[in-house]
Design a protein around this ligand. Structure first.
Ligand SMILES: C[S@@+](CC[C@H](N)C(=O)[O-])C[C@H]1O[C@@H](n2cnc3c(N)ncnc32)[C@H](O)[C@@H]1O
Length: 189
């Protein structure tokens, strides 16, 4: 994708109502996510981060789209929350972080590459948790919703994502009519 910021800004201009209901996998596995410092990469308008902040997490949320962050900022103010928002490209941002600075990292509905996974391993504390949720490729066959190709995961695609990230949970699930894959990894060393 040539200009993801432009494309996502256009998407976030379309919608009028933004629902603050987290992905079910995150709500259902809340007790597995390690407190308190959590990094939400490609956070969008903050549907998951708002839920996590209201459940006691200290969030840094990053997205390339200033439109998404504008919607997110308004919600943060309306709810009286404190969330550190950063407008940045994920790879650029994560490269600036010091190792072992987060207890958990979340990626929801954005497909990471090996560079991102390697950096996530570095920025996690030992014993830290990485939660990855994204649309399963199956979703494409039942729904013509035009998500960019890089949003879709193949089944079990990330099971062996990194030798230092041990898989604790893998699920294929349907949430609000969409097919998803969810992973929870723990940094083992
Ligand atoms: C499908 S939305 C998911 C948002 C949120 N994580 C959720 O689950 O609702 C994908 C998000 O990724 C962001 N994004 C796309 N490419 C990005 C990049 N290279 N760096 C940072 N954010 C990016 C978009 O702006 C958009 O907010």
């Amino acid at each position: 994708m040539d200009n993801p910021r432009k494309m996502w800004n256009e998407k976030f201009s379309d919608k009028k109502v933004y629902l603050y209901e987290p992905i079910g996998f995150i709500r259902d596995n809340l007790s597995r996510i390690k407190k308190s410092k959590l990094l939400d990469l490609a956070c969008g308008y903050g549907k998951n981060s708002v839920f996590l902040a209201e459940n006691g997490f200290e969030i840094t949320a990053v997205d390339i789209s200033d439109k998404a962050l504008q919607i997110f900022r308004e919600e943060i103010i309306a709810r009286g929350l404190k969330i550190n928002l950063v407008q940045a490209e994920v790879r650029n941002f994560i490269g600036t972080l010091r190792p072992r600075t987060f207890d958990s990292v979340l990626i929801s509905r954005f497909k990471p590459d090996n560079l991102i996974i390697g950096k996530i391993y570095e920025v996690l504390q030992p014993g830290g948790i990485f939660i990855l949720v994204s649309l399963n490729i199956k979703h494409k066959t039942v729904n013509s919703q035009p998500f960019p190709e890089e949003c879709y995961l193949q089944e079990k695609e990330f099971i062996d994502a990194h030798p230092g990230l041990e898989i604790e949970l893998y699920e294929e699930f349907v949430f609000q009519g969409a097919y998803y894959n969810g992973y929870i990894f723990r940094k083992t060393a």
